[in-house]
Write a protein that binds this ligand. Structure first.
Ligand SMILES: Cc1cc2nc3c(=O)[nH]c(=O)nc-3n(C[C@H](O)[C@H](O)[C@H](O)COP(=O)(O)OP(=O)(O)OC[C@H]3O[C@@H](n4cnc5c(N)ncnc54)[C@H](O)[C@@H]3O)c2cc1C
Length: 454
C-alpha cells in the first residue's frame, strides 16, 4: 500500500504504542532511515518503525498485517541485496536494540538484534571470549547469523549459527516464541540456515569461546603479477592446515588509506590474510611457510588484539558506495579455478572491487565446499554501473564450471529464485516445510526467500 493511503491516525496509533519511533516520508531523518549499506539500493518505504524492544516488534508486525504492508527487516543494514529496506512497505528497523550481556562464567552472550560485530566483539573480548563473527565490524550480528556466518574463527569454532544456543522469535502471527534445540529443534535448525524466513529474532543467545585477546593475525602481500604462483602455493599450504588457522585470500588494488604507505596505493596485490585462534607458538609455526614463500612484499602478520584484526577491512568497505556481488562454492582450487580467479582480478573495472576466497573446512562446514569465493564489485559513479555489474556476471559464468552446487546465502545479491533455491541445497525441502508451517503467507519475503507457495 503506498504511503499516502496509510491513514494518519493509524500511524499515530502505532507511534503511541511503540517505545521506539515511527519515521515516515517528510519526517526528519527519513532519508537516513531508508538507506542501507549498499548505495545501489534506493527505496522509499511507507514507514520505518524503529523498534526499541520485542513488544515494539510485535506491534510492528501486527500493524503490517492489518494494513497489508510489505515488510523489510533491518538489523545492521548490510544485506548487499538490500533486503533491509523496501518500496511502499514497512521497515522494521531493529537498530535501537543493541544490548549485549556477556556471562563470562557460563561463556554465553545475550545479544539484541540491532548490535553489530564491533560492539559484540568488544563486549566479549573484555572477557577474552568471542564467537565467529563477520570480518567488517559494522555488519549486523542478526543477518549474518541467520544466514550462517563466516569469519576468522570459523575453522576452529564453526559458523556463527553453529554457536547459537537459542533465540526469541516473533513469527508472522505475532506470537513470541523462545526457540532452542530442546524445545523446538526443527525451528531452531531453520533459524540457523534460513536467513530470516521464519520471523524476527528479538534476542540471540550465543556460546562463546576463549579467544585472545591477543592473536597472531594479519596478512602477507605479494604483487598481483605473482598471483598464479601464490595461489598454487596457497592450495598446497592449506591442504593440511591446522583448523586453528583461518585464511582468506584477497585480490584487489590496495586502497588509498592513510594506514598504507603511499607507494602501495592502487597497487594490484594478492594478499593471504590469516587469524590464528590458538596458542601463539602454534600459530607462529603454522604461518612460517607463508612468511617464507616468495618472500612476500609485505609481511603484516603480527601479534595484535583480536578486536583490531576484526576491523582490518573496515575502512575499505564504507557504506554508500555501489556494490554488486556474485558468489560461488569451490570444491577445490584447481588450475582452471586459479586461472579464472586471476583473470577476473586483472579485469576488474573498479579499483575499489575485491575478489575474496574464504577457506572453509575444519569446523566450518558448507557441504562439500572447500572454499567460498565472492566477486565484490564496488564503485562510486552510476555511469560505471554497467561495466561493474558486467564484471560480476562474467565472473559468475566463468567460475561456474569449477564450482560445486549451492551458494552462501549471505553473499547472494538479487540473483533470482532459482539461484536462491539452489543455494539452500539439500536443506531446501526441509526449510520449505518449515516455511509453510510458520509463514504460509510469505509475510517475511525480503530475504533469500523460501517461497511457501511454490
Ligand atoms: C561489508 C560487508 C562485509 C561482510 N562480511 C561478512 C563476513 O565476514 N561474514 C559473513 O558471513 N557475511 C558477511 N557479510 C554478509 C552479511 O552476512 C549479510 O549482508 C547479512 O545479511 C548482514 O546482516 P545485517 O543484519 O547487517 O543486514 P540487514 O540488511 O539488516 O539484514 C539482512 C536480512 O537479514 C534478515 N534479518 C536481519 N535481522 C533480522 C532479525 N533480527 N530477525 C530475522 N531476520 C533478520 C532479514 O531478512 C534482512 O533482510 C558482509 C556484508 C558486507 C556488506
Amino acid at each position: 500500500m503506498p504511503a499516502k493511503r496509510l491513514a494518519t491516525d493509524a500511524i499515530n496509533r502505532l507511534a503511541q504504542r511503540l517505545a521506539g519511533t515511527v519515521i515516515g516520508p517528510g519526517d526528519a531523518g527519513f532519508d537516513e532511515a531508508r538507506r542501507v549499506w549498499n548505495g545501489m539500493i534506493d527505496k522509499t518505504p511507507a514507514l520505518v518503525a524503529r523498534c526499541a524492544n520485542a513488544d515494539d516488534v510485535v506491534a510492528a508486525v501486527e500493524f503490517a498485517r492489518t494494513h497489508g504492508l510489505l515488510v523489510a527487516v533491518r538489523g545492521g543494514g548490510h544485506s548487499v541485496a538490500g533486503h533491509g529496506t523496501c518500496d511502499d512497505g514497512l521497515v522494521i528497523d531493529l537498530s535501537p536494540m543493541r544490548e549485549i550481556r556477556v556471562d563470562a562464567v557460563e561463556r554465553v552472550a545475550a545479544v539484541a538484534p540491532g548490535a553489530n560485530w564491533g560492539e559484540f566483539d568488544r563486549a566479549a573480548q573484555a572477557h577474552a571470549l568471542a564467537v565467529t563473527g563477520g570480518i567488517v565490524s559494522a555488519t549486523g550480528v542478526a543477518g549474518l547469523t541467520l544466514g550462517g556466518g563466516i569469519g576468522w574463527l570459523m575453522r576452529k569454532h564453526g559458523l556463527t549459527a553453529d554457536n547459537l544456543l537459542g533465540a526469541d522469535l516473533v513469527t508472522a502471527d505475532g506470537q513470541v516464541r523462545h526457540v532452542n534445540p530442546e524445545q523446538d529443534a526443527e525451528l531452531f535448525w531453520g533459524l540457523q540456515r534460513g536467513g530470516g524466513n521464519f520471523g524476527i529474532v528479538t534476542g540471540f543467545r550465543f556460546r562463546l569461546h576463549p579467544v585472545g585477546p591477543i592473536v597472531l593475525a594479519g596478512w602477507v602481500l605479494h604483487r598481483q603479477e605473482k598471483a598464479h604462483e601464490v595461489l598454487r602455493f596457497y592450495r598446497d599450504y592449506v591442504a593440511n592446515l591446522s583448523i586453528e588457522l583461518t585464511t582468506i585470500v584477497i585480490l584487489r588494488r590496495l586502497p588509498q588509506l592513510p594506514t598504507l604507505p603511499p607507494f602501495l596505493h592502487g597497487m594490484p596485490v594478492i594478499g593471504i590474510a590469516v587469524c590464528h585462534a590458538g596458542v601463539i607458538e602454534h600459530g607462529e609455526r603454522a604461518v612460517q611457510p607463508l612468511r617464507a614463500f616468495g618472500p612476500p612484499m609485505i609481511d603484516g602478520i603480527a601479534l595484535k588484539p583480536y578486536v583490531s584484526h576484526q576491523t582490518m577491512f573496515d575502512a575499505a568497505q564504507p557504506p554508500g558506495r555501489r556494490n554488486q556481488w556474485k558468489t560461488a562454492y569451490l570444491p577445490e582450487l584447481g588450475d582452471e579455478a586459479i586461472d579464472t580467479l586471476v583473470a577476473a582480478a586483472r579485469s576488474m573495472p573498479s579499483p575499489l572491487s575485491v575478489l575474496a576466497i574464504y577457506q572453509l573446512g575444519g569446523a566450518a562446514k558448507m557441504g562439500d565446499a572447500a572454499f567460498c569465493v565472492n566477486a565484490a564489485a564496488s564503485w562510486v559513479d552510476s555511469r560505471d554501473s554497467e561495466a561493474n555489474a558486467g564484471w560480476t556476471r562474467s565472473f559468475a559464468t566463468a567460475i561456474e564450471p569449477c564450482s560445486t552446487p549451492g551458494a552462501y546465502v549471505n553473499f547472494l545479491g538479487d540473483d533470482g529464485q532459482q539461484r536462491v533455491r539452489s543455494a539452500y541445497r539439500e536443506n531446501f525441502d526441509r526449510l520449505l516445510a518449515l516455511k509453510r508451517r510458520y509463514d504460509p503467507g510469505n509475510f517475511f519475503r525480503l530475504n533469500p526467500n523460501i517461497d511457501p507457495t511454490r
